[in-house]
Design a protein around this ligand. Structure first.
Ligand code: AMP
Length: 466
């Protein structure tokens, strides 16, 4: 199996990939019990508890932040909540010292990952590229940012392509560890899982789009690429003060996908991140899912998507019980209604692919693609970052999680119970690192590893060796 997987990685590294749109600077805080306690004491346990019950969807004032943070710590679930009040930035900066600054945003994380793995070519497009943002990219010769010079498309390293004066999006990430303890009034809370709480900056100046002058070159970029990974749509706002709205940005996003595919049917993967606003979530799903080939998301996100599509009861069940059978059912609904070629769902204990029965890859091959994905994520969790293809090997020595066998059993049961003849369905347990150096970007790593190795295997089919 090891030889197989190393061979697959070799084939995957031969690809050229395009990735857009979201990048930001992640300012990271490693949370300690005392820090949480201090925050609670500042506002009072009762006020925090009341606000937790209100469950604010956005951060407008510091108490919203404290309430959602404590909620995330109590459940141990990774969460992201948008910060809409730009003025609060100084409150954060005066309350916390940031331990590290690094690349954030799915497109940026994936670009650095693929460049470090030594892919043939990685083209990253992000609409805002200030110097501080550009410096978050790794200095690799296979990493490019597209610019238009003298009416021509030119590929430059992001370090050579930044624009002074572009806005910078800073997300504040609070990493927490299982076992961290604090008190909320009389209640003693022990954080059950390691994870992170993200305060994501959602300001007017940060938008998700392709600049007008670059747009005509998207077909050329598509032609240069074996696949595209698009993400960041969760950053679109319903309305902007200049009159533009989500409909405008989603219309443009649709055009971008069609332009990428104009000269060649380049496969497009959309990496879905949770969108709290239901209206926007629905718009993203209905506008974009039908145009892309592949979608990746985590378990919470599939529940949100199903709820937006009207499958409230099923969504509720997934939220409450996390049963594999329900996730499989939800996946089937999604690939049928949106006619996706491939859906990938990753959870802490397992990763799943659902495709139609006529998918060119066999279930064994699909499984191999997921194996590569979880190994890559395990390597990243162990090391904090993947700096070269050699690091992949670290993932190979990470054991599968203890619930793995149980997961397989439940999955076989689900397969028997649900009608699955018209589908290819595979599931693998994850390789889980006990004490991850960081959990940021693991989902993106899984999705990038899964989609690119899927493409590599499709390519093998089209151009068999010998
Ligand atoms: P997301 O919620 O999209 O960021 O995805 C996180 C994914 O990363 C999970 O679904 C797991 O499959 C994987 N993951 C999380 N924690 C670990 C860990 N400690 N070791 C390896 N993989 C992990």
């Amino acid at each position: 199996m090891v030889i197989h997987m190393l061979q697959l990685l070799e084939d995957t590294r031969k690809l050229s990939m395009f990735t857009a749109y979201n990048t930001n600077v992640d300012a990271i805080v490693y949370l300690k019990g005392e820090m949480i306690q201090k925050l609670i004491d500042e506002f009072g346990a009762e006020a925090v508890r009341r606000r937790m019950e209100e469950y604010p969807r956005e951060i407008r004032e510091p108490l919203d932040f404290v309430a959602r943070l404590v909620h995330a710590l109590k459940t141990g679930k990774p969460m992201a909540v948008p910060l809409v009040n730009e003025e609060l930035q100084s409150w954060f900066d005066s309350h916390f010292n940031y331990d590290v600054e690094r690349m954030g945003g799915q497109a940026g994380i994936i670009a650095n990952l693929l460049a470090n793995l030594g892919f043939r070519k990685v083209i990253i497009y992000t609409p805002h590229l200030a110097k501080r943002q550009a410096e978050m990219f790794v200095r690799k010769p296979n990493l490019f940012y597209p610019v238009v010079e003298d009416g021509k498309l030119v590929l430059r390293h992001p370090w050579e392509a930044y624009r002074e004066g572009d806005p910078v999006k800073v997300n504040r990430i609070f990493e927490f560890r299982a076992g961290t303890t604090f008190k909320l009034g009389d209640e003693r809370i022990v954080v059950p899982f390691s994870g992170r709480f993200i305060v994501s900056a959602r300001f007017e100046s940060i938008r998700i789009y392709t600049e007008e002058k670059l747009k005509p070159f998207l077909p050329e970029i598509g032609l240069m690429s074996d696949g595209a990974i698009l993400s960041g749509y969760q950053g679109i706002k319903l309305r902007y003060s200049d009159g533009k709205d989500a409909n405008h940005y989603l219309r443009e996003a649709k055009k971008d996908i069609l332009l990428l595919k104009r000269e060649k049917d380049v496969k497009v993967h959309l990496e879905f991140a949770s969108i709290q606003n239901r209206t926007l979530r629905k718009k993203v799903i209905y506008n974009l899912f039908p145009l892309v080939d592949s979608v990746g998301m985590d378990e919470a996100e599939i529940a949100y998507v199903l709820s937006a599509l009207g499958y409230e009861k099923l969504a509720e069940r997934i939220f409450t019980y996390n049963r594999i059978e329900d996730t499989v059912l939800g996946g089937k609904i999604l690939i049928d209604e949106m006619n996706l070629e491939l859906l990938q769902v990753h959870t802490i204990y397992y990763i799943m692919y659902i495709a139609h029965a006529d998918n060119p890859l066999s279930e064994d091959e699909l499984r191999e693609s997921l194996e590569l994905a979880t190994t890559l994520a395990a390597a990243r969790a162990s090391l904090g970052e993947i700096r070269s293809q050699e690091d992949f090997r670290v993932g190979l020595s990470v054991p599968y999680n203890k619930r793995g066998e149980y997961v397989k059993l439940r999955f076989e049961e689900a397969k028997r119970r649900l009608r699955t003849k018209e589908y290819k369905l595979v599931i693998i347990p994850t390789r889980l690192v006990q004490n991850p150096v960081s959990t940021v970007g693991l989902g993106d790593t899984i999705s990038a590893g899964a989609f690119t190795s899927y493409l590599a295997m499709l390519k093998r089919k089209e151009h068999p060796r010998g």
